[in-house]
Structures are given as C-alpha cells and as structure tokens.
Design a protein around this ligand. Sequence first.
Ligand code: 5GP
Length: 189
Amino acid sequence: MAQIFFVICGPSGAGKTTLLTRVRKRFPDLVYVPSYTSRPPRSPQELTSGRYRFISREEFERRIRRNEFLEYAIYAEHYYGTPRSEVYTLLAAGHDVIKEAEVQGVRQLRRRRLPGRLVAIFILPPSLEELEHRLDRRGTESVVARRRRLAAVLDELSALDLFDYMVINRRVTESVTRLCAIIRAERSL
Ligand code: 5GP
C-alpha cells in the first residue's frame, strides 16, 4: 500500500483552512506539512497557528536556488512552496501527508516522481459571489489584493482536470464528511 500525499487546493476564501483544521482532527496520523511563504502573517494568531512558515522573500529565493522546494509558486505577489526533503522523508517513512497548494503547485506536483500517490482535491466555493463576500467579511486584504485574488480564482477554475476530487463547500460539516470519506476511501485502496 503506497503512501498518499493529499493536496488540498482551492481559491482563497473557499474555506480550506477551516476544513483542513477539522479534517486533521479526525485523522491524527495524517501529517500536516506547513508551507513556506514570503507573505507576511495576517495576524499574530496566524504567525503561531502552524499553517505556514513565514520567511522573507530573500530567504525564499535562497531556498529556491538550493532546490529545496518540491514545488513553489508566486500567488498574489508572494511566494508559497512545499519543502522537498520533509515530504519525501515522511512519505518514505510510511506516513500519509496532507498539505495545501494552489493550482500551479499542483501542476508541478503532478510531474514529480514521488515516493507515494498524489491525491489532489479541489475545494470550490458555492459561487463567485459567495467567495467575494467571504473575502470581504475576512477583511484582511486591501481592495487591490482582493481583486487580485478573485482574478486568480478564474485561472484556477480552468485547471480542474488536474484534480481527483472536487468538493463544493456549501456547509462546513457536510464538506468535512465528504473530505473524510475521500481520505478513508483512498487509504483503503
Ligand atoms: P493565502 O495567502 O490565502 O494563505 O494563500 C494563497 C494561496 O497559496 C492559497 O491558494 C494557498 O492554498 C496556496 N498555498 C499555500 N501553501 C502553498 C504551497 O506550499 N505551495 C503552493 N503552490 N501554494 C500554496
């Protein structure tokens, strides 16, 4: 039974973070790998949440030159990337891994030879209007940044064939149930 690398993708504001947090509680043995990013933390809580490792742009570029990323992308003018050796080591040691990435990252991962099976899941907001509302409610981005993020969504929607599953996030509890069913089914193969 090969190890599985679950990658969760979806527009910013689709509800990925909430879903991931809940799903991780249901599968304590699934190892969450935080991404590196050059984006500044949105809040002091985010800094300590364990979702990201925040580094400077210079440090990120240094790591790119050292080939330390399994994939990386620029999203809304910031770098985001997956640490290569950490994911390899975990999969090779028999752990299933879960992490998030945007579409360009998933495209790169599809081309990599991994010591495990890649299962990519796309989380969709119920509608673009709803997504806009969620970003407005979150209120963490400027108007320009919000517009940039919405533009990125349209790009992401054109790449749905990269994914094994799609979950439309209408209600959190329902989406968590779906995600857990996907994980359980994939692990039983
Ligand atoms: P945010 O700034 O909203 O936290 O994240 C922006 C986008 O970057 C989201 O779609 C998020 O899933 C994605 N992202 C987070 N970590 C990674 C990563 O390691 N690699 C890639 N390619 N995208 C990531």
